[in-house]
Design a protein around this ligand. Sequence first.
Ligand code: TRP
Ligand code: SF4
Length: 400
Amino acid sequence: MYPDRVVSGMRPTGAMHLGHYHGALKNWIRMQSEQPCLFFVADWHALTTHYDDPSIIVKSTWDMVIDWLAAGIDPSQATIFIQSKVPEHAELHLLLSMATPLGWLERVPTYKDQIENLSNRDLATYGFLGYPLLQAADVLIYRASQVPVGEDQIPHIEMMREIARRFNHLYGKEPGFEEKALEAVKKLGSKRAKLYAELRTAFQQEGEEEALQQARAMLDDAGSLSNIDRERLFGYLEGSRKIILVEPQVKLTEASRLPGLDGRKMSKSYGNAITLREDRDSVTKKIRTMPTDPARVRRSDAGDPNKCPVFQLHQVYSDSETKNWVVKGCTSAGIGCLECKQPVVDAVLAEQEPMRERAQQYLDDPSLVRAIVADGCDKARKLAQETMRDVREAMGLDYS
Ligand code: TRP
Ligand code: SF4
């Protein structure tokens, strides 16, 4: 019932670069074959900072989806969608906002940081303060178990766990909970019921986390249960409340090892990036004009690879044989810098070749991308609607 689902989103902020590929995207690509994954374009999140020019967001959204597909996100494995096309996110955001203390939002470290960093924008808005709460809705609405994100997002995930806990606490109580839970236990069948009772005791009396996990897995498997009974039994494992929203875990994305052309972190704003589908000539030129160890003024001057951003690229793209060749050639002035850069040029072009190929079909026929996204939106909406039904019911808003 609550499969090990992965949810992550990215704001559409223009063409993606190789730093994104070596950070987040590779991670997503690995996960898509292991678990059900939902990846979405967080266009509403982009609006919180770029509300004055939504047209850029729309264009960037399509570019970004093509970049994802080019990089190898496979729509037959992962669900790709656009946040604003699943308006249920907004409904959950609104409902959660009612019980979210202002202090929780004001204390999120990115809030003050961003207001200071983006001082050219007026971010003293209601929408921007709510950014992490909208993010909570994005994840909780799919009852995701894991959220692959970078380190900067950890406080957001922690906050969404608190939001889920608070929601369950406020709305998961029901009169006669224990009796209803015990009725539900019977529906498991005698063998499973016995196991459930044992695991619950092991968790509640000995604090065995493993027993909790095992019991949850068993409930996931138990086809005879209705959703509501399953929520009760999840909740009864831990206490006296139904579990309506699931607390997700962070799945930390390692920072990209790929530096930019000047050795600093690759970033569009530093002007040191190579975009995912950049054309070959431009890539070649950018690498050939990269700065090198400043000590190598002339070809005959020896250099130190550790003072050279090109060598950092070799660390990502080259095997040890090539790296040895660089070290030897550089420190003895045996090779020139252009010669040294050539294997990097070749490796980057080779990495991008399949991406350019995959992208081409979508550029030739944009309706393919539209269809993939429409299909993903439908799938996501179905899941979101299921959760919203339970959420409304738990809050007594089902008016039935
Ligand atoms: N805040 C995330 C970022 O800046 C983007 C995002 C929005 C997100 N909603 C999400 C990430 C839900 C993970 C899950 O990178
Ligand atoms: Fe850098 Fe290679 Fe030139 Fe040495 S030879 S300075 S590692 S580009």
